[in-house]
Design a protein around this ligand. Structure first.
Ligand code: ZN
Length: 284
């Protein structure tokens, strides 16, 4: 591990053409400290095998992505999704992931009741909280940009995520993402409200202008998000946790060789992932 990348993980959706084994090897080879794992790759490679490979490669785990959606049409299917999320929390514990990133699903099929679905998600989080506590894995609430409210997540603002964290106590925390939150006038104040302990991991990427489709996130530095300023806020509140590079990019980064995406991702993120207190020094 490169010492200056000790806080830095790559979220494996950034290199979707790599298997779990290839991602572990590929990130470790370039000195990255950690990885955020995705369930599909974990299921394919196996939980035990992944845990062993991570240990052998010396990578820590930032998070397990993502929860099962909670937008089932029937109560039976909803209960099954709750149970599936308990198993996902178990798997997170097994690979040493401190949190499961909760992408809670959009509207149930045929529904126009977003308020009702948000209430249902809130209940589900309370239902999951005891299990999360019992296995020592937090529910990582990641507010998604409102353009995903219909199909991916009805949890859309960092303010609401903080409100839910207030209710859920130590069973939950925040997973703020530059792509989802950069536009929000409350982004800075809600990070300050959260404080350093509640932020479980922090997602880096950028907002491209124009944005061409729903999977068109930019590499850090290629868009309009002020990453240096955002990192400055995190330093001011004393955040000493981890950062992930997480890029969904059908038209660009997903088409490149993984090694190239990792290399450029490291170059772009290095100024923003150093130790707490280093940023001001770098900019001086
Ligand atoms: Zn994210």
């Amino acid at each position: 591990m490169r010492p200056d990348l000790a806080r830095f993980a790559i979220n494996q959706i950034t290199t979707p053409n790599w298997t779990m084994a290839q991602a572990i090897e590929g990130y470790a080879a370039q000195g990255v400290g950690g990885i955020a794992c995705w369930r599909s790759y974990l299921d394919e490679y196996g939980v035990e095998r992944t845990a062993r490979h991570l240990r052998d490669a010396g990578l820590w785990v930032a998070s397990l992505c993502t929860s099962a959606w909670l937008n089932a049409a029937t109560e039976a299917d909803f209960d099954a999704a709750i149970e599936q999320n308990r198993r996902i929390l178990d798997n997170a514990a097994a690979i040493g992931a401190p949190c499961v990133v909760m992408v809670v699903g959009g509207l149930p099929p045929g529904s126009k009741d977003i308020a009702g679905q948000r209430a249902r998600v809130r209940d589900a989080l309370h239902t999951l909280a005891p299990h999360a506590r019992s296995v020592g894995v937090k529910l990582g609430l990641e507010p998604l940009h409102p353009m995903y409210a219909g199909d991916r997540s009805v949890l859309n603002s960092i303010t609401v995520a903080n409100d839910l964290c207030d209710e859920l106590g130590d069973a939950a925390g925040l997973v703020p993402d530059v792509y989802h939150c950069w536009w929000d006038p409350a982004f800075e104040s809600e990070l300050r409200r959260a404080g350093p302990e509640r932020i479980l991991t922090f997602h880096y990427c950028d907002w491209l202008v124009p944005t061409r489709n729903l999977r068109d996130r930019g590499m850090v530095g290629d868009g309009v998000a002020d990453i240096a300023r955002i990192r400055g806020w995190l330093d001011e509140i004393g955040y000493s946790g981890v950062f992930e590079l997480e890029i969904f990019s059908e038209l660009d980064w997903w088409t490149r060789p993984g090694d190239e995406t990792v290399r450029i991702g490291i170059e772009r993120c290095t100024p923003y992932v150093g130790a707490l207190g280093d940023t001001a020094k770098d900019q001086a």
